[in-house]
Each structure stands twice: as C-alpha cells, then as structure tokens.
Design a binder for this molecule. Structure first.
Ligand code: ATP
Length: 220
C-alpha cells in the first residue's frame, strides 16, 4: 500500500512594503496549481537585497493581515520579522526542517525576478537541499544568467513531482501577470484599489505611509 504523503508546506517570502494584488493573485493561483490548501507568507525583517524599507515592521505586518483577512488559506509566519538581524531564507528553511523533519515537501514560491537574483542569496547553493521551488514567470524580465540556468536545468520537474519530493526540484507555474510592484505603490504610481486590497489602500492613506505624487491618488 502506498504511503500517503503529508501535505507540502508552501512558503512565500517577500518584504511586502506593501503587499499588493501581484503577490496575492500569484500566490492563490500557485496554490491552486500545486493543489495545496495553505500558504504561509513570510515577511522578512531587513531584506538583504534592499537598501531600506519605508513602512515599519508592524505596519508591513498589519497590511498583510488586512490583505489576508478574507483569504483563509493564507497565514503569516512572523518569525523572520522577529529576528534582530537580516532575514536569510536559508535560516528560515532550516527552521522549517527542524520543526517538520526531512521527509515533508517544502515548496518555496517565487517570481522570475527572485529566481534571477538567486545567486545573491545567502548560501544559495544550499537552498535546494532544503526545499523545492515553484516559480512563475513575470513579463518584461530578462533571461536567466548561466549560473542560474545551470542550477535550474538539473532540477526542472513537473508540478506534481514537487509534492512527492521533499526538496531539490523546481517547477514553473502559469500565473496571470499583473503589472504592479511595491516600489510602484511606494512612489505613487500604483496607488489604486485595482492593484491593492481596499483595506490596505485605506490604511496607507490613513497613515500617510508612502510619498504620493500629486494627482496620482485614485480617491474612491
Ligand atoms: P519591490 O518593488 O519593493 O522590489 P515587490 O513588489 O517586487 O517589491 P517583494 O515583496 O519584494 O515585492 O516580492 C516578493 C515576491 O513577490 C518575489 O518573489 C516577486 O517575484 C513576487 N512579486 C512581486 N510583484 C509581483 C507581481 N506583480 N506579480 C507576481 N509576482 C510578484
């Protein structure tokens, strides 16, 4: 008799400064394609790749909580936020392995731009020893460099394989592109309720969180 495998643990990291529909839509479509119930969002504390964040830890967390209030399959893991130092995905994955053991499938979700930047992640070559990766393409981004392409070539798998293997495999998912980024929200170019959950949009306005360009606000 085949052993039934436990549900994979699916993780999605980001700085979420702020969270937007590009994140939320991609994650929901990814969960559907992977056939998983739950996804954990991992807001990072001090992102190693970014110079600085605008919103505070508690503000970013609050916006995430507002955004997922009506999405019961999403939850937030605040561990990285609670760390006093830079957040490294490697440490987060090690922590999941320590808690859940070596057999369970871990699947880390990311967009193409994150895949491109993988060699700049802390001890990046060790990441696939701990987790699988499910990646969605993002229009407008360039090709992968040699190093990442070589890493990918040896790991590329079907979506279903990621549920049966605890780590080391990468698959591509088909998500609907949405042209928005947190930076575009921060600089006032994407401040509208088609790109942000209304609750997040209102919170940003109430707290005057980001600089907004005159005339760019979409006041409903
Ligand atoms: P910033 O503009 O500050 O760089 P961001 O919008 O790219 O932020 P992050 O929190 O850094 O958001 O992103 C975390 C993850 O979300 C990455 O894997 C990235 O590929 C993905 N992502 C960000 N924006 C989108 C989008 N519009 N569609 C799909 N994935 C996205």
């Amino acid at each position: 008799m085949e052993k039934s495998l436990p549900e994979p643990i699916v993780l999605f990291g980001g700085s979420f400064d702020p969270v937007h529909y590009g994140h939320l839509r991609a994650v929901q479509e990814a969960a559907e394609q992977l056939g998983v119930e739950q996804v954990k969002l991992l807001p990072c504390h001090i992102p190693p790749h970014k110079e600085s964040l605008k919103a505070s830890v508690s503000q970013r967390l609050h916006m995430l909580q507002l955004a997922i209030a009506e999405q019961p399959n999403l939850s937030v893991d605040t561990w990285e936020l609670e760390q006093p130092k830079a957040s490294y995905t490697l440490n987060t994955l090690k922590r999941y392995r320590a808690s859940y053991g070596d057999e369970i499938s871990l699947i880390f979700l990311m967009g193409w731009d994150s895949l491109q930047s993988l060699p700049s992640w802390y001890h990046w070559q060790e990441l696939a020893e701990l987790s699988n990766f499910a990646v969605w393409r993002r229009p407008g981004y360039s090709e992968l460099n040699h190093q990442v392409q070589a890493w990918l070539d040896t790991r590329l798998s079907e979506v279903a394989d990621l549920k049966n293997q605890s780590s080391g495999h990468v698959c591509f998912l088909q998500t609907t592109p949405l042209d928005v980024s947190s930076s575009a929200v921060r600089n006032g170019d994407a401040m509208n309720t088609e790109l942000l959950p209304e609750s997040v949009y209102r919170y940003i306005r109430e707290c005057n969180l980001y600089q907004t360009k005159a005339g760019k606000m979409n006041v409903n």
